[in-house]
Design a protein around this ligand. Structure first.
Ligand code: NAP
Length: 654
């Protein structure tokens, strides 16, 4: 499945090849050539790259020159030989390539995951692998998917592949979810795009390393077309409630259409793909309602308002503010930023950079290069980072970090602030956080945040807000700041999973009353008492530093399809997670989170809910989530079958 143009042959023009190499990511290109040629001797000891998270470049200049020469000569040789695309590498060859790119860090456990993630043989290994009409042609089984964002589209695609009928409901009038709703200036993804994309959709022409909102929205629109699922999406339609019928073993959904009219529809399974970060949280500030000028939340940006020449106040300095403040700073006449807690920022020099033309040129001409480039990002951003954010027992400096590696990270990030604020040392105290890195999300930065703070028309205020007046904000020092417009970059209500839908399960159990502000699910997906309810991006499936959320959705959707297959093959109506399985799992997750910086953080963080529990994050490796969700284990579930049938025959571990 592809959104790329097909591969073109390398040209006769040697100089064009040489020029393109100036822009190449050399280590991954070298591995791609090893695969293309089958010549593993290209993976020379002296050309093993530094792939660590903190490395500035994978090669020294001298290594880069040697790699470039070797690659140039190899490319000409392959071109002149007219070599076809070679088959996927065997296990030993793959092992060798991974060793080269991971400095031996990719253990054997990772091999099957990486083969999938790279789609090395072009196959889509995460496809359902069954068709409903082959295993249960006469069973009526219809799935409701709530949300047509990244994970809802993915679920729709996989259900379609399996021939399972489904309907997607979305409150908006287009696909894209968060990328449709967030349209503030500067909005873009903060995970490298080659990795923040579906593993099974080839795309080798991303314009930027980190795509802008419009590019991403187009991507998800294109994917909806490519998957052919638009006809099954009911736009401008909200799912108000869902009720499980114990008698019928179906979900009854109350649906509200664009005209406000409601209807009830029945489905055998319900998939929530509503995301975690889409219900804006507005601050409760004294006097807020008095403010006479326009005010809005960052996720509900008023594009009709021209902010040029206006005095603008921004409340909040999280990931959203960090993206739009640099833009606003150049348009507003005055910008006052009200910061409650500073954030750590990760130096990301290519954050706004276009992918150089030579690199894209090579992606289009060298087989496997785009996949290996994706892999290098995957590896660099994956599980290798976890030790830097893990709590070290008896660590001597808990007031500033959670362990030696975390302390090193802290030193590196502090230095970044010190260097970039050399011209304004008085700001350093305001912006350097006191808490350990990764207690909150670390924000990507290419220098534009500090650049904005250094402008004459911008002021960072950290005294706190006393009250809002008709014409501005009074800070805790008693200073009144005159403002024309107020923007809240105050985040979302992530702990309210699945709200505002009202969901009632077996025996009329209300999901939100049951959770009582502390959402939990097995694998983040299933909840005891709520048969055939599947959450995507549910409790404890967010990652703080390692990976892309699309990776998680791919794991979750594969698991969902595995559950449906189990139901259809077994002749069951529904499955309900066993409470003891769910509880043991959650206890382990809780213990895991207490080993991570965000689990022991005492600073404000949306990762902890009102009970102080981390209900958002996955504390373990990407590998482990993939392993746990690869095949559902029937022993984890109680099966519900038509009256009289034996619901739970022999159950065995998968
Ligand atoms: P956020 O990280 O929750 O930041 C909210 C900000 O508002 C914080 O600075 C918070 O201060 C402040 N705040 C909240 N209530 C306040 C109040 N009553 N008074 C004063 N300040 C208040 O929200 P966000 O920036 O929208 O980001 C949320 C998440 O969305 C991110 O962590 C990220 O996962 C995702 N996101 C991703 C991208 C991307 O990939 N491109 C972009 C934007 C967002 P405290 O820190 O003191 O609470």
């Amino acid at each position: 499945m592809s959104l790329s143009t097909s591969l073109e042959p390398l040209p006769r023009d040697d100089e064009a090849i040489r020029r393109a190499l100036d822009d190449a990511h050399l280590p991954t290109l070298l591995v791609a050539l090893a695969q293309w040629s089958g010549d593993l001797s290209l993976l020379r000891e002296d050309l093993v790259p530094d792939t660590s998270f903190v490395a500035e470049a994978p090669y020294t200049e001298e290594q880069a020159a040697r790699a470039r020469a070797l690659i140039f000569e190899t490319l000409l040789r392959l071109r002149d030989a007219g070599l076809e695309v070679s088959p996927a590498p065997d296990r030993d060859a793959l092992r060798r390539m991974l060793d080269h790119l991971s400095e031996g860090g990719a253990t054997d456990d990772y091999l099957p995951l990486l083969r999938e993630e790279l789609a090395l043989d072009g196959a889509d290994a995460r496809a359902p692998g069954f068709r409903k009409e082959e295993i249960a042609p006469d069973t009526s089984f219809r799935v409701a998917v709530v949300g047509a964002g990244m994970s809802g589209l993915l679920a729709a695609h996989r259900l379609k592949q399996a021939g399972v009928p489904f309907v997607v409901f979305d409150k908006n009038d287009e696909v894209g979810g968060t990328w449709l709703e967030n349209r503030y200036p500067g909005c873009r993804v903060d995970v490298p795009n080659a990795f923040y994309s579906y593993s099974f959709v080839e795309k080798n022409d991303w314009p930027h390393f980190f795509s802008t909102r419009n590019v991403l929205l187009d991507y998800f629109r294109d994917c909806a077309d490519l998957f052919g699922v638009r006809e099954q999406i009911r736009f401008r339609t909200e799912v108000v409630s869902a009720h499980w019928s114990d008698e019928q073993n179906v979900w009854s959904l109350r649906i509200r259409g664009a005209d406000g009219g409601e209807q009830t529809l029945e489905f055998q399974a319900l998939v929530s793909a509503v995301g975690q970060l889409n219900r804006p949280k507005l601050p409760e500030l004294p006097g807020l309602e008095r403010f006479a000028g326009p005010r809005f939340h960052s996720a509900d940006w008023d594009t009709s308002l021209d902010l040029a020449g206006k005095k603008v106040g921004v409340v909040g300095t999280g990931a959203s503010a960090a993206q739009f403040v640099p833009h606003l700073a150049t348009t507003a006449s005055e910008l006052r930023i009200f910061q409650r807690t500073p954030n750590w920022m990760l130096p990301t020099p290519d954050y706004h950079e276009a992918i150089p033309t030579g690199m894209t040129w090579l992606f289009r001409r060298v087989p496997h290069y785009a996949q290996w480039y994706r892999f290098s990002l995957f590896w660099r951003m994956a599980d290798g980072i976890l030790p830097m954010v893990r709590v070290e027992k008896d660590w001597a400096h808990p007031e500033r970090s959670v362990g030696a590696a975390n302390d090193e990270l802290r030193a590196m990030l502090t230095e970044y602030f010190r260097e970039s604020l050399a011209a304004a040392p008085e700001l350093i105290e305001k912006v350097v956080p006191g808490y350990a890195p990764a207690s909150k999300r670390i924000i990507c930065d290419n220098g534009s945040w500090v650049e904005a703070l250094l402008r004459d028309n911008v002021e960072l205020l950290s005294d706190g807000i006393r009250e809002v007046t008709e014409t501005g904000i009074v800070d805790e020092s008693g200073r009144h700041h005159e403002l024309d417009v107020l923007i809240f970059a105050t985040g979302f209500q992530p702990s309210k999973f699945l709200s505002p839908m009202r969901i009632t399960g077996r025996g009329g159990l209300d999901l939100h009353e049951h959770w009582d502000g502390d959402a939990r699910a097995y694998l983040g997906i299933t909840v005891p008492g709520f048969p055939n309810l599947f959450c995507l991006y549910g409790p404890n499936t967010n990652i703080v530093v390692n990976g892309s959320i699309i990776y998680f959705s791919e794991c979750e959707v594969r698991y969902l399809l595995g559950c449906i297959k189990m139901l259809l093959e077994g002749g069951h109506r529904a499955l309900d997670c066993r409470p003891e399985v769910h509880d043991a799992y959650n206890q382990r997750v809780d213990r895991g989170n207490l080993q991570m910086a965000w689990g022991v953080a005492t600073v404000n963080t949306w990762y902890q809910n009102e009970k102080g529990r981390v209900a958002q994050n996955w504390p373990f490796s990407l590998l482990e989530y993939w392993q746990q969700t690869r095949h559902p284990n029937p022993a984890d579930y109680e099966f519900l079958s038509p009256a009289g049938a034996d619901a739970n025959p022999q159950q065995s571990a998968a």
